[in-house]
Every structure is written in structure tokens, then in C-alpha cells.
Design a protein around this ligand. Structure first.
Ligand code: AMP
Length: 188
């Protein structure tokens, strides 16, 4: 496969720094990393070597993919900064990390994760809501992991605290195959 120096698509992945309770979460992280590399896309992520984060990156590297990681200096030890990425960027703050990740992404994919992933998801969602960007956001709901979050967003809309288009500002996807088609369509 030939690859240009500028990736056709930069995919920013938000996901857990833990492995989660079901093996399917780590499996999906591995499949996603491999998909990104196989398609000649660039992985943008939080540069850790723990949990789902590490699994996505290791799979992308194993498939000779382009990996771009961004980590704040105070998490270098805690999240095991993965220094062998194609690009490894250390920021001073969490806010800088999120900004650099976002600026270098064409699309956002959210795998299962915890409070950190929720924070990252809601930041890009709310930025989209107020018109700061129009990047596609995909919620990868492995084994329906994100169903309660979708229910919460429905509730927020039903109770009049958000417009109905909050729900259409992101797309819920349940498998890597479906995500592959959706990401390919962005460059069609
Ligand atoms: P978690 O989903 O809680 O496992 O966290 C996933 C990633 O999100 C980890 O790399 C965390 O360091 C990161 N994270 C947690 N909180 C924040 C935050 N406020 N801003 C940016 N990243 C965060």
C-alpha cells in the first residue's frame, strides 16, 4: 500500500485508560487501531499505553500505521506515555492536549471509556452545538455501552434543555464494520 505524507483522514480516538469489564471493549480497540492503519489513515489519541488507549495504538503500530499522540506532562507516568509513536507530543496542560488532538483530527471516534472520555465527548459535542466546528463525531457503542448516555441525551432534549439537533450532532455506531463504511464515506 502506498501512503502519502499527509494522511487522507486523521481519526481522533477518545477511549478508556482502563480495559473495561468485557473483552469486547479491548477487541474493538484493537480492531479500530488496525482499521485506521489499514486504511492509510492517521490515529490521533492521548498517547497513553494503558487500557483501550494502548490497545488502539499498539494495533495501529502493528499494522504500520501513522500514530499521533498527545499527552500532558503530568500524566507521562500515570498513563505510560507511548514514546515510540510516529509523533509524540507532550503538552503542559490537559486543555492543550485536547486542543492539539482536536486540531489534528478530521473526525472523532469515541470508544467505551470513563469520565475522561465523557469529558472529551461532551467538549466536542458542545463545541459543535455552538457552531465552533462541524467535524463528524461517532459514538462507537460496543455491546450497547453508550446506550445510557444516549438515554440521558434524549432526556435532556425531552425536558427542554437542548434542541433536538443535539441528537443528530453525533452518530451512534455499533460495529467496526459500520464505522469503516461511515469513515470511508467522509472521503468519498
Ligand atoms: P477515561 O475515559 O476516564 O479512562 O480517560 C480517558 C482519557 O481521558 C485519559 O487519557 C485521561 O487522561 C483523559 N482525560 C480525563 N479527564 C480529562 C480532561 N478533563 N481533559 C482531557 N483529558 C482528560
Amino acid at each position: 500500500m502506498t501512503r502519502s505524507t499527509h494522511p487522507a483522514l486523521s481519526v481522533c480516538v477518545y477511549c478508556g485508560a482502563r480495559e473495561g469489564a468485557k473483552p469486547s471493549y479491548m477487541a474493538a480497540a484493537t480492531d479500530l487501531g488496525q482499521l485506521i492503519a489499514d486504511e492509510g489513515w492517521q490515529l490521533v489519541y492521548g498517547a497513553g499505553d494503558v487500557g483501550l488507549m494502548g490497545a488502539v495504538a499498539r494495533a495501529a503500530q502493528a499494522a504500520r500505521g501513522d500514530t499521533f499522540g498527545v499527552i500532558p506532562v503530568h500524566l507521562l507516568d500515570m498513563e505510560v506515555g507511548k514514546r515510540d509513536l510516529t509523533s509524540f507530543i507532550v503538552t503542559e496542560t490537559m486543555h492543550e492536549r485536547k486542543k492539539v488532538m482536536f486540531m489534528n483530527a478530521h473526525a472523532i471516534v469515541v470508544l467505551p471509556g470513563g469520565a475522561g472520555s465523557l469529558d472529551e465527548f461532551f467538549e466536542v459535542l458542545t463545541w459543535k452545538q455552538i457552531g465552533l466546528h462541524d467535524k463528524p463525531i461517532f459514538l462507537l457503542s460496543i455491546d450497547d455501552y453508550w446506550a445510557p448516555l444516549e438515554g440521558l441525551i434524549d432526556h435532556v432534549i425531552a425536558e427542554g434543555f437542548a434542541a433536538a439537533d443535539l441528537k443528530t450532532s453525533f452518530q451512534t455506531i455499533s460495529s467496526i464494520g459500520e464505522l469503516k463504511a461511515a469513515l470511508r464515506a467522509l472521503r468519498a
